[in-house]
Design a protein around this ligand. Structure first.
Ligand code: PLP
Length: 364
């Protein structure tokens, strides 16, 4: 039996109704001109969501982790120094992925719950090929300053994880000097999991690995799949690379249409307001927030499980009594932190009130 849930964890979030409705439309062939129009429109919308004009902006056909793999496998040459800012689980994963691509990884470790220390990251190596960081660390609920990394990156490429930031908080890839970025659909974009919005600029593309180890994620081949030649001023011809996940692209298109109609700044404000309402409410209940003040994400709140409370039992109660899913903590904080997401369609005052009242009841 399928239950309807309030998905207030770290993702997936409940999709925008428009994105869900699009999944039920008649399926098109993946080379049908009508579908190619949808793909073109979606790539245009993604450029807006990323804040980029890069022609090489596309939805990769897999989840956010495939975006991470694509970012590194296409840009890391064997022996390249890759400086990774690690302030949570996803920074750690970047180190693993980069190392598998043959990088000499310089991990700059931070205390979890703290933002990336830009000066320390920039000073970690005199001439890295790549500097990588997570914009919104979903494991800790922390936002880091990507613009400052971009300003100081020098000759390095800046590679950024925007899985939990895109469509939720300000993101300006071009202005901030982001050369390579990947994201996911299931968080603030308000679409089901399954695609990885991706962008790479000319500077990074020119330095790419000619024949990366991964065939599926080879950006040189994927260009033809999204008709990138046309966007870049070339022939515009489509070549079959793999079968596009047609329904998911249509759903992403619908979600982005919804977001862009509201306007990105308004969407960011809505996330900010819902996050503040939730965080203020939690503190009024006497709970302690985990992420460092001043660097908290509005879309993903981390809160310490009070002493003597069984965090897993509370989560179970919320799910069984109210159909509300919240997340456990990540990594070493699995038992001591809860993660509450108000992302995309869920970034609303009524959602904040709902989770606050359910949590208050469960803790009473
Ligand atoms: N990076 C961040 C910051 C994430 O939050 C996630 C997923 O939660 C990922 C990467 C991996 O994305 P996915 O689980 O969609 O593969």
């Amino acid at each position: 039996m399928i239950h309807e849930r309030h998905l207030f964890g770290p993702g997936p979030a409940n999709p925008y109704p428009e994105a869900t409705a699009a999944l039920g439309r008649p399926l098109l062939g993946h080379l049908d001109p009508a579908f190619l129009d949808v793909m073109d429109a979606t790539c245009d919308q993604l450029r807006q969501a990323w804040g980029t004009t890069s022609a090489r902006t596309l939805p990769i056909s897999a989840t956010g982790s495939a975006g991470m793999e694509a970012a590194f496998v296409n840009t890391v040459h064997p022996g390249d120094v890759v400086v990774v800012a690690v302030n949570g689980l996803f920074g750690q994963r970047m180190c693993d992925v980069a190392a598998r691509c043959g990088a000499e990884v310089v991990a700059v470790e931070h205390e979890w719950g703290h933002p990336v220390d830009v000066e320390r990251v920039l000073a970690a190596h005199p001439a890295p090929a790549i500097i990588a960081a997570v914009h919104a660390e979903t494991s800790t609920g922390v936002r880091s300053d990507i613009a400052a990394l971009g300003a100081g990156k020098g000759d390095a490429l800046l590679l950024v994880d925007a899985v939990t930031s895109i469509g939720g908080i300000e993101l300006r890839a071009d202005d901030w000097g982001v050369d390579v970025g990947y994201a996911g659909t299931q968080k603030c974009l308000g679409v089901a999991p399954g695609l990885a919005p991706f962008t790479i600029n000319d500077r990074a593309f020119e330095r790419r690995v000619e024949r990366p180890q991964s065939w599926y994620l080879d950006l040189g081949l994927l260009g033809g799949y999204v008709g990138e030649a046309g966007a870049a001023g070339g022939s515009g011809g489509r070549t079959y690379h793999h079968t596009a996940p047609v329904a998911m692209v249509a759903s992403l298109h619908a979600g982005l249409t919804r977001i862009l109609a509201e306007g990105l700044p308004a969407v960011w404000d809505r996330h900010e307001a819902a996050g503040r309402q939730l965080q203020d409410g939690l503190e009024e209940m006497g709970l302690e927030l985990f992420a460092q003040k001043g660097h908290r994400l509005p879309e993903l709140t981390t809160v310490r499980v009070p002493d003597g409370v069984d965090g897993a039992a509370v989560r179970r109660t919320l799910l069984e009594r109210h159909g509300i899913e919240i997340g456990a903590g990540a990594g070493p904080y699995a038992a001591s932190v809860w993660r509450i997401g108000l992302m995309g369609h869920n970034a609303r005052p009524d959602a904040a009130l709902l989770v606050l009242s359910a949590l208050r009841e469960a803790l009473a």
